[in-house]
Design a protein around this ligand. Structure first.
Ligand SMILES: Nc1nc(=O)c2c([nH]1)NC[C@@H]1CN(c3ccc(C(=O)N[C@@H](CCC(=O)O)C(=O)O)cc3)C=[N+]21
Ligand SMILES: [Mg+2]
Length: 293
């Protein structure tokens, strides 16, 4: 029997292509602006999932010519201390982007902290002003992971207009902005989450299924419509039987690949697209700030 296999949506390849375009752009702008673009990443405490992201971001920044201003704070750092750091970065002319790595330790009010970031440096698109612009369909800094999903679908000419899109997960970082972007592209959007009943009936209807729940291999072949486009946003670090640590997504890749027409791998899918969109947001903020001076 012949089993079909989904076409891979290669986020790693597209991510590298975007890095090259950004390198060229930065090289051209740098003479006019008189400095490289700058990105500040704040990490509080030790979160292993966050550490991989920070590493990849640093590597990508240095490759394309973005200056990194990364700060790592102990888990017990106070709100006031972080607030002061953010205010200093807000007024630092060398810094175009500020990202506070989430989740923060529980004693810190992350919403209040995100309010402190200057909206024109908010490369994660989490400030209420940028979220409001997204809701209204205005251009502005947008959350990197969902922006990366949209860019990857575009690259493969996947049409969204009139299609049934199902987003699994309703986080402010991924699920909510994702559903807004799909709606903007004229998809019919359903958002499912941990309280959703009869999940399979809903996912089975999806022409486009975006899984962003952080539950390893939740999505089985049975839950996927034949010919669907499946986007796996999950980046779960697990330890396998040999004691080795590896990344797996929210989708059971091997079996879903026999049902779906298009599928993102983990790693090499949305992770590298998130990094590419972060660099792009930083450069776009740099361009705008450079023009103002
Ligand atoms: N304010 C904030 N914004 C975020 O966007 C954010 C965050 N906090 N906290 C943590 C999560 C996680 N995240 C990742 C992005 C890319 C990779 C990535 O590049 N993954 C590679 C491989 C990584 C590896 O090999 O370890 C891949 O999937 O191919 C991983 C994780 C962004 N996040
Ligand atoms: Mg949820």
């Amino acid at each position: 029997m012949e089993t079909k296999t989904a076409k891979l949506l290669d986020g790693k390849a597209l991510g590298l292509k975007i890095h090259e375009q950004l390198s060229t752009k930065i090289a051209q702008l740098q003479t006019d602006v008189g400095r490289p673009p700058g990105l500040a990443v704040l990490m509080v405490g030790d979160n292993p999932a966050s550490a991989a992201y920070v590493r990849n971001k640093e590597r990508a920044c240095s490759k394309v010519g973005i200056a990194s201003f990364n700060r790592h704070f102990p888990a017990e750092t106070s709100f006031d201390e972080l607030q002061e750091v953010i205010q200093n970065l807000n007024s630092d002319e060398r810094v175009d982007g500020i990202l506070v790595q989430l989740p923060l330790p529980p004693h810190l009010d992350s919403v209040a902290l995100l309010h402190q970031i200057a909206p024109d440096k908010d490369v994660d698109g989490l400030h209420p002003l940028n979220l409001g612009k997204l809701l209204r369909g205005e251009s502005g800094l947008r959350s990197c992971t969902p922006a990366g999903v949209m860019r990857l679908l575009e690259e493969y000419s996947i049409s969204l207009s009139g299609k049934q899109a199902v987003v699994l997960g309703r986080s402010i970082l991924v699920g909510k902005p994702m559903s807004m972007m799909l709606l903007e592209a004229n998809a019919t959007v359903t958002v499912a989450h941990s309280r959703t009943q009869n999940l399979q009936d809903i996912t089975k209807n999806a022409d486009i299924l975006v899984a962003a729940v952080g539950i390893p291999e939740l999505i089985t072949a049975q839950m996927v419509k034949k010919g669907a486009v499946v986007v796996d946003v999950g980046i779960n670090r697990i330890t396998d039987e040999d004691g080795k640590s590896r990344l797996i997504g929210d989708v059971r890749f091997d079996e879903v690949a026999t049902v779906a027409d298009f599928l993102t791998p983990v790693p090499g899918g949305i992770g590298p697209m998130t990094v590419a969109m972060l660099l792009e947001n930083t450069v776009s903020s740099y361009e705008q700030r450079g023009n103002r001076e």
